[in-house]
Design a protein around this ligand. Sequence first.
Ligand SMILES: C[S@@+](CC[C@H](N)C(=O)[O-])C[C@H]1O[C@@H](n2cnc3c(N)ncnc32)[C@H](O)[C@@H]1O
Length: 192
Amino acid sequence: MSIINIFKKIIQKRPNENDYGINLSIPSLKKFLTYLPPNPMILNVGCGIGQDSKFLKENGCYVLGVDSSKEMINRAKVYAPEVKFELQDFMKLEPSVKYDAIWCSRVFHHMVNIGPEKFFGQAKNLLKEKGVLYLTSVASDTERGEIIKNNLVIRGLTENSFKSMVMENGFEILDFNYWDDRKGMEIFARVK
Ligand SMILES: C[S@@+](CC[C@H](N)C(=O)[O-])C[C@H]1O[C@@H](n2cnc3c(N)ncnc32)[C@H](O)[C@@H]1O
């Protein structure tokens, strides 16, 4: 099943915004803001129903939220009408606008068909000099490969392989954390 159809099904099963991670990322969003200039331009990749975009907009950022799922974008436009959302595949975005930062939460591990060089290359195309990238991943015992979780094929990465993937693709790491249950991890990075 394509990723678009997977997320269509997932969102249809979750009619309530609170089922979709509202407030989950707030501590990380607050830390993200500390790395940014005032009123930064943010690209929210795989924005889902728009809760993180809404927070960023409320905290002084100019935000574009993009998602390749029509259902997610429709929900985002209702949930946060003050934010600009577009139905777009991140990999196909043209670098006509450059961003101070990219926020990409709970998305990268689903991008199993996109090689890391292509993903990070596109992130660098869209970021300004010294732009900031926030990225999360599921944590696994697999160094680099695919794993199955909740019946979905996702990218498997350990702490070391996640960090080295980010560094060997042109970013320096600003901060790294495991989430409390150590099943997920996040990286704050900057273009070298
Ligand atoms: C697990 S959801 C997370 C949504 C949101 N970031 C959050 O934390 O609530 C993953 C999202 O990534 C989107 N996505 C996956 N690949 C994408 C791509 N290439 N371009 C844009 N969005 C993508 C999916 O449609 C889905 O909405």
